[in-house]
Design a protein around this ligand. Structure first.
Ligand code: ADP
Length: 549
């Protein structure tokens, strides 16, 4: 029997219409350095219509052509997030922090026709626009001299100013009905190994993923929330927060280019967010700042931390010293990106609840998960069997853009191979020990680099610690601990090793230690272990070696 239900497509324009009418008084706030500029969601709706008209009439965007953004988290980027997919075109969020040749590779691979750029990023775009061979139009948001762009790309491109381009255009647009399975947005992985790979999100996947973000077991967004979206809109769609905000009516606070601890603290005090989302390194820096400055953070109930493992010490410090709950979440670009959120189950209290919060979290109905052994054989979800985590579901990619068939290294029997190693409990909690490529293989045993980092970062004098496997003649690989000491503190390798010995098995304790000024970070702010390993290999680190295991 067929259902009697209407077949209303799940499309981005519906999210826009809902947010800009029902929640028309909610606002997007963009930080400008010392203060904010604001726009209501109703106005975002009107501006999105104007941008769509401009893209169609002046830039000739038709069908599913790609419109790229090269922007910080701000109002104009939000407008593009809605205008481009709603008109049926495909939004491509370029990661401004990738190497220039990677940015050009991605833009060409996606055949981007238009690039929307913040004026503050003109110099960066000028370095690559010459190589972006399919781009014909660049739209500059904000005042600034676009001459470097035309100097680099010549008359292949026409440069427009956002305000001039949008001026006088109609404030409504007859958004077309799209096939909900068509691409709405493109995002490329950050390409830690090889060239970045593209993932095309559909209207349907964005809609379903956004609903999950809003769920209480997700980020629990409500119209009373003000969400500080620090996680970049050019990285995994800012975790879906822009779309979830329009579905739920939560307001958005955008940091633009002000991503250091001091301005973020200022933003929190001035704009009073209730929720925030970012990678652990941002929260780690903010914690050090809050510990030494008097900042009013009383509005913040929760911060979501994901992208790499969150050290338990960071969660406790925020809870105990600042009354803020750090909620751990896990995901991947390939997963839109939400995979799991660590909220303790009913009945868990005290230390038991904390143990749940240390995990990577519980999977929602939209994410089926399994653990597999070395030959791909499924292992029990018993909370102890360790293997690679595989996932599938309606907001998880089944292949990469341009591939005829799923790449066997990343997909198996309809499952996405995450490259993450860990356990799955019967009640759906994932605990990751490491990324497969970062696990340290010492004398046939595995050492989790993350476990050593978490233990080291619990030391009061340690600001950051990054542990990688390095070649060892006797054991194949051994851990190298690179440590950033907190400002004004001093600590020795011997002291840190003794401290580690309290929580880590003796044979896992690193012999090699290096004190460094900062841990190198990837384009999205994660520890860049590849760079640490190659610095070690090139002799670029001053390493102390203590006696072995
Ligand atoms: P990239 O692969 O370039 O870092 P992604 O953001 O897509 O880009 O990375 C996804 C990966 O990040 C996951 O496969 C996992 O290894 C790691 N990750 C994300 N969240 C967590 C977390 N909470 N704990 C541990 N690792 C995480």
């Amino acid at each position: 029997m067929r259902s009697t239900m209407m077949d209303a497509p799940l499309q981005v324009s519906r999210i826009l219409e809902h947010g800009s009418t029902v929640h028309g008084t909610a606002e997007v706030v963009t930080w400008t350095g010392a203060e904010s500029r604001r726009m209501s969601y109703a106005e975002v709706g009107r501006t999105a219509a104007r941008l769509a008209h401009a893209l169609r009439d002046e830039c000739g965007v038709t069908g599913d052509e790609r419109v790229a953004t090269f922007m910080w988290n701000n109002t104009e980027h939000l407008v593009a997030y809605f205008a481009v997919p709603s008109m049926g075109a495909v939004l491509h969020t370029l990661n401004i922090r990738l190497f220039p040749d990677q940015v050009a590779y991605i833009a060409n691979h996606a055949t981007d026709r238009v690039v929307l750029v913040d004026s503050t990023l003109i110099p960066l775009l000028a370095r690559v626009i010459g190589e972006m061979t399919t781009v014909r139009h660049v739209v500059v948001a904000g005042g600034g001299d676009p001459a470097p762009l035309t100097a680099a790309a010549g008359d292949r491109i026409t440069v427009h100013h956002w305000d001039d381009l949008l001026a006088g255009r109609p404030e409504t647009y007859d958004w077309p009905e799209v096939d909900e399975r068509d691409a709405a947005a493109l995002c490329y992985t950050s390409g830690t190994t090889g060239n970045p790979k593209g993932v095309a999100y559909s209207h349907r996947s964005i809609y379903l993923h956004s609903l999950q973000i809003c769920m209480p077991e997700g980020f629990g967004l409500a119209p009373t929330d003000r969400e500080l979206a620090i996680v970049p809109m050019f990285h995994a769609m800012s975790w879906g927060l822009p779309y979830a905000a329009f579905l739920s009516g939560a307001s958005l606070i955008m940091p633009d280019r002000f991503l250091q601890a001091a301005p973020i603290a200022e933003m929190i005090a001035a704009e009073r967010p209730t929720l925030a989302g970012a990678v652990p390194t941002i929260w780690n820096d903010l914690l050090a700042y809050l510990d030494s400055h008097d900042v009013d953070t009383s509005s913040l109930k929760e911060v979501i931390v994901g992208g790499s493992a969150c050290p338990p010490a960071l969660m406790h410090a925020f809870a105990e010293r600042h009354g803020i709950d750090v909620i751990h979440a896990w995901g991947m670009t390939e997963m839109s990106p939400l995979g799991s959120v660590a909220r303790p189950p009913a009945g868990a209290t005290g230390d038991d609840a904390w143990r749940y919060r240390y995990t990577q979290g519980r999977v929602p109905a939209g994410v089926a998960a399994r653990i597999v052994g070395p030959l791909g054989e499924p292992l029990p979800a018993d909370g102890t069997s360790v293997g690679e985590l595989e996932v599938r579901g309606p907001w998880i990619t089944a292949r990469y853009v341009g591939d005829e068939a799923p790449d066997e290294e990343k997909f198996r029997d309809g499952w996405l191979r995450t490259g993450d190693v860990g356990t799955l409990s019967p009640d759906g909690f994932i605990t990751l020990t490491d990324r497969a490529k970062d696990v340290i293989k010492s004398g046939g045993e595995w050492i989790s680099s993350v476990e050593l980092e978490n233990a080291l970062m619990a030391h009061p004098d340690v600001q950051e610690a990054c542990v990688v496997g390095v070649p060892d003649q006797r054991w194949d690989e051994r851990p190298l601990a690179t440590v950033v000491v907190r400002e004004g503190a001093s600590v020795t390798a011997e002291e840190l090793r003794e401290f580690l010995a309290k929580s880590v098995a003796r044979w896992q304790l690193p012999e090699r230690w290096a004190f460094i000024d900062a841990v190198p970070k990837t384009s999205v702010g994660k520890f860049d272990k590849k760079v640490v390993r190659s610095r070690y290999a090139d002799g670029g680190l001053e390493v102390r070696e203590l006696a072995g295991p």
